[in-house]
Design a protein around this ligand. Structure first.
Ligand code: GLY
Ligand code: MN
Length: 365
C-alpha cells in the first residue's frame, strides 16, 4: 500500500510542478485518503516536493499513525488545524506558492488563508481544481479489487433482500432489510442514501425511501451501494412486485437494451459525451428521449460520484482504468420509472462489467 501511495504522491508532485507551484494544501477528505491513507473526518494535508505533513486532532492520533505514518509526518493538533498550519509552514523548505483546493475550501477557511496571523503573508495561495481528482480517475489494481468486492457484497445483499420483499411492506421496511443485509455481507458503510422507490414514486430518479406501502403490481426501483476499503459500488435494478404488465415489461426492455448498448460499446479514449450518446441514442430512437433527463453515469471510487462523467457536457476522453456507472432510465410522472445501473471498468482492451446481477425484469413476492 505504501508503494501505491508513493506513486500517487509522485504523480501529484509532477502535476504541482507543471502548474508552477511549490506545494498543495489538500483539504478534501477523499483526496487525503487517496494520497496518504488517512480515513478520519478531520484533517489537512500539505504536500511539497520533499515533505508530506498530515494535521489531524487527538481523536485520530492512533489511527493517523497507523494509516498514514509510513508516508506522512503526522502532527496532532488539539485546537485548530488551520492555526497549526501557520506554525508548521515556516519550517517547510522552498515553499512560496501553495495551491489550495478551491472546490473544497469554505469561504471562512479561505479568509484564514488570505488573512494569516502576523508573519504569514509570505505565501502565495493559488486556487486549483481537480489536481488530485484527475489522478483518482485511473484506478490501480488495489482500488479495482476493492470496487470489485463492493460490487460482490452489493449483489449478494440484493439477492438476499428480494427473497424477503412482499407486497404490504413499506419502502422503509425494504430499505431496512437491504441495509441490514449489506452490513451482514460485509459492507463498511452505505456510500449514499439507499433509494427504494415504488409505484409512481419510481418516477423520482433520486427518491428518498418513504413510508409508502408497496402494492401488488408496483414497480420497485432499488438503487444502493456497498463499501469495501473506502471504495464504493453503485447498482440499480427495477423489479415488479407481483405480476408485471405488458407496459412495465416494454419500458423495462427499452432501458435494458439501452444499458446493454452502452455497456457493450463504451471504451477508453471515447469522450464522455459519446458514451452518454450510446445509451441516449437508443432511448431516443425508441421514442422515450424526453423521459431520460439525467446523464448516463459517473466515475465511482472513494466517492460515489467522481470523474469521469458520462454526460453531454464531457468533451474529454475517458481514461483506461476508470470505473464508471452506466445507468440509463425512463421516468414517467404518475406512472413510475425504470433504471438499470451497472459498474464498468474501462481496460486497455475494452471493458469489464463488474456487476452481474440479472437484468431481466424479475417479479417479486
Ligand atoms: N446511484 C445513485 C446516483 O448515481 O446518484
Ligand atoms: Mn449512480
Amino acid at each position: 500500500m505504501t508503494a501505491a501511495r508513493e506513486r500517487r504522491l509522485a504523480a501529484l508532485r509532477i502535476a504541482i510542478a507543471a502548474a508552477k507551484l511549490d506545494a498543495i494544501l489538500v483539504s478534501s477528505l477523499p483526496n487525503i485518503r487517496y494520497l496518504c491513507g488517512f480515513s478520519g473526518s478531520s484533517a489537512l494535508l500539505v504536500v511539497t516536493a520533499t515533505e508530506v505533513l498530515l494535521l489531524t486532532d487527538f481523536r485520530y492520533s492512533i489511527q493517523a499513525n497507523v494509516e498514514a505514518g509510513t508516508v506522512a509526518r503526522v502532527v496532532i493538533e488539539p485546537t485548530s488545524l488551520w492555526s497549526r498550519l501557520w506554525a508548521e509552514l515556516p519550517a517547510m523548505r522552498d515553499v512560496e506558492s501553495i495551491a489550495f483546493e478551491s472546490a473544497h475550501v469554505t469561504h471562512a477557511d479561505f479568509q484564514r488563508l488570505v488573512e494569516p496571523p502576523q508573519g504569514g503573508a509570505r505565501w502565495q495561495w493559488r486556487p486549483a481544481v481537480n489536481l488530485v481528482e484527475a489522478l483518482r480517475e485511473r484506478k490501480d489494481e488495489s482500488e479495482i479489487a476493492h470496487i470489485r468486492e463492493a460490487a460482490r457484497i452489493a449483489e449478494l445483499a440484493l439477492g438476499n433482500t428480494i427473497e424477503r420483499v412482499k407486497a404490504g411492506m413499506t419502502e422503509l421496511a425494504v430499505c431496512g432489510i437491504l441495509e441490514g443485509e449489506l452490513r451482514a455481507c460485509g459492507s463498511q458503510s452505505h456510500p449514499f442514501e439507499t433509494i427504494i422507490a415504488s409505484g409512481e414514486r419510481a418516477a423520482l430518479p433520486h427518491a428518498r425511501s418513504s413510508d409508502r406501502v408497496v402494492g401488488s403490481g408496483d414497480l420497485l426501483l432499488i438503487d444502493f451501494g456497498a463499501e469495501s476499503g473506502g471504495y464504493c459500488s453503485d447498482i440499480t435494478r427495477t423489479f415488479v412486485v407481483g405480476k408485471a404488465t405488458a407496459e412495465q415489461q416494454e419500458i423495462h426492455d427499452v432501458v435494458r437494451e439501452s444499458n446493454a448498448t452502452a455497456s457493450g460499446a463504451i471504451r477508453a479514449g471515447m469522450r464522455g459525451k459519446d458514451a452518454d450518446a450510446l445509451a441516449r441514442g437508443y432511448i431516443e430512437r425508441r421514442g422515450w428521449g424526453e423521459a431520460f433527463g439525467h446523464s448516463l453515469g459517473h466515475g465511482i471510487g472513494l466517492e460515489v460520484h467522481e470523474g469521469p462523467r458520462l454526460s453531454k457536457l464531457n468533451d474529454t476522453p475517458l481514461p483506461v482504468g476508470a470505473v464508471v456507472t452506466i445507468e440509463p432510465g425512463i421516468y414517467r410522472p404518475g406512472w413510475g420509472g425504470v433504471r438499470i445501473e451497472d459498474d464498468v471498468l474501462l481496460t486497455a482492451e475494452g471493458r469489464e462489467v463488474l456487476t452481474s446481477f440479472p437484468r431481466e425484469l424479475i417479479e417479486l413476492g
